[in-house]
Design a protein around this ligand. Structure first.
Ligand code: HEM
Length: 520
């Protein structure tokens, strides 16, 4: 038997490795997507024709001619075609359920509540996945926190976290919310007195919501909270303000600068949060008296299952959850309040109605506002529901199939990503009537679903077992901040406001929200 020379063995191994890697790349980037594409077509799903390797990204990133309205022209709120112009276009051609492609990733688009109902009836919360392509891409922001976790891991996280958001635990946060908001409003009074009544409400409220979440959730000072927020905002801009060809094979190589920047920022945020968690753990051990903020409750929750090995959250998981609360916990609520101010500025009759209600329910106890008191603000609740309908802070909900799902005899293959267009459903006249794009809070008067013809047509906080865990915290903060603003000021829209709702993960006013405030 002849022995091959060492160099020949290495060469053969290299060739085999090359063939193996090329095969894998070809398989995952070309063959698998093509097979899925053909399967979806055979199963009756239409949609725009994708190209390789970009899918439909080119059409999705086409500029839309900068459709912004001047403040005097905001009479109705038909925002779908400016927020998602490509979906609005494709809907006209392919209906409310179709397939589109982000790179080599197939996405099932859904803006049809009945289809969504049937599909979600087939899958329990635990068996839903979250798009792997986004999980990898957004890892520096959410890690494996609740938003991105799946299966038994998700069950464990949700089990530990749920008690922290119980209304009884949130009650103690009301005082901190009142304090932080009052500080912001005192600053507004000073600005107005000095002849500067125009204030960018978005920036102000986002900062205050940040302070609130930093204090109520982590007992953090303004300065350390600011450091985390600055980095989170920079990370958000890096991840969502440019086309990084997410979903396209080797996109990380195509955009190395942004990806490296995102990774570094993620690591810096992790380091900051890790210090907080370690300090807190130490202080709990020393004092044996846990704080009642979210982190304290999370650590307690985690310790409660410590006896059950493998059930508690480890330190990295705690860091990921804190990141999730930090980001998810302030921006969405701040945007809900910001859009509310826009709608109230353009509907002074509703400002007055809410003020009357505040006078009736809160009387002159606005410095002692608590959860029970604000729960009595019913009309404010309708206004919040209506604002989240017209301007949902979270404009879409995502899932990924972790097994074949059959709906109406059509098979959605394992691995298909699912994109639910909340903006479209919330503005659909077929679900809400011809006044779908008008601000009418009274539609929620005697109906939790605002008269929507289908219960799955109104999803500001998502659906099923994965519904937003922080909504009680939002209700409390929204009502406290709005009550305090309305008790001290009336406001109108500044002529400099330009109406251009845009996406940066959440739905935000592209040019801020300048309002003119007058003390009452
Ligand atoms: C106006 C305010 C808010 C809106 C519109 C909102 C919206 C949403 C939506 C649409 C989802 C996805 C649900 C699904 O996949 O079905 C979600 C999930 C989540 N939200 Fe919120 N949210 C808000 C406030 C908050 C707050 C204040 C926190 C925490 C402090 C929070 C933490 C989370 C978490 C951890 C999840 C993941 C839940 C899971 O997958 O089990 N959210 N939220």
């Amino acid at each position: 038997m002849e022995f091959l020379e060492l160099s020949q063995v290495i060469s053969i191994a290299m060739v085999m490795l090359f063939l193996f890697l090329s095969g894998r790349i070809l398989f995952s980037c070309w063959i698998t997507p093509t097979l899925v594409y053909q399967k979806l077509r055979r199963n009756g799903f239409g949609g725009p024709t994708p190209s390789f390797p970009l899918g439909n990204i080119t059409e999705m990133t086409e500029k839309n001619g900068g459709s912004s309205l001047k403040s005097s022209n905001i009479t109705h709120h038909d925002i779908h075609s400016s927020v998602f112009p490509y979906f609005a276009r494709w809907q006209k051609l392919h209906g409310k359920v179709f397939i589109y492609w982000v790179g080599t990733e197939p996405f099932l688009y859904i803006a049809e509540p009945e289809f969504l109902k049937k599909m979600s009836a087939e899958v329990v919360a635990k068996s839903w996945g979250k798009p792997t392509v986004f999980k990898n891409d957004r890892d520096p922001m959410f890690g494996n926190g609740l938003i991105m976790s799946e299966g038994d891991n998700w069950v464990r996280h949700r089990h530990v976290i749920t008690p922290a958001f119980h209304p009884t635990n949130l009650k103690v946060m009301a005082t901190l919310m009142v304090e932080s908001t009052t500080r912001m409003l005192n600053k507004w009074t000073t600005l107005i007195k000095s002849g500067r009544p125009e204030i960018d409400a978005e920036r102000e409220i986002t900062t205050t919501a940040g302070i609130i979440i930093a204090k109520t959730s982590f007992g953090m000072s303004y300065n350390s909270g600011q450091e985390v927020f600055k980095k989170l905002r920079a990370l958000q801009v890096t991840l969502f303000n440019s086309n990084r060809f997410v979903g396209v094979p080797f996109n990380k190589v195509l955009c190395p600068k942004q990806n490296l920047e995102a990774k570094m920022l993620g690591k810096e945020i992790d380091r900051l949060l890790l210090t907080i968690i370690t300090d807190r753990k130490k202080s709990i051990e020393e004092q044996r008296r846990p704080s009642q903020d979210l982190l304290g409750l999370l650590l307690q929750g985690s310790r409660a299952v410590d006896d059950n090995p493998g059930k508690s959250l480890n330190t990295q998981e705690l860091v990921d959850e804190c990141k999730t609360f930090f980001f998810g916990g302030h921006e969405t609520t701040a945007l809900a309040i910001t859009w509310t101010l826009l709608l109230l500025a353009t509907h002074p009759e509703w400002q007055n109605q809410l003020r009357d209600e505040i006078r009736e329910v809160v009387k002159d106890k606005d410095h002692d506002l608590d959860a029970d008191m604000v729960a009595g603000l019913k009309k404010m609740g309708w206004v919040m529901n209506e604002v989240l309908r017209l301007y949902p802070s979270a404009p879409n909900v995502q899932r990924q199939a972790r097994g074949d799902i059959v709906v109406n005899g059509l098979t959605i293959p394992n691995g298909t990503n699912i994109w639910i267009d909340v903006v479209s459903m919330h503005h659909d006249p077929a679900l809400w009537g011809e006044d779908a794009n008008e601000f009418k809070p009274e539609r929620f008067k005697d109906d939790l679903y605002g008269g929507c013809k289908h219960k799955m047509g109104y999803l500001p906080f998502g659906f099923g077992g994965r519904m937003c865990i922080g909504r009680n915290l939002t209700f409390l903060e929204y009502k406290i901040v709005l009550t305090l603003i309305l008790s001290r000021f009336s406001f109108t829209l500044s002529p400099t406001y330009s109406h251009s709702p845009s996406l940066l993960l959440s739905l935000r006013p592209r040019y801020g929200m300048p309002l003119i405030f007058q003390p009452l």
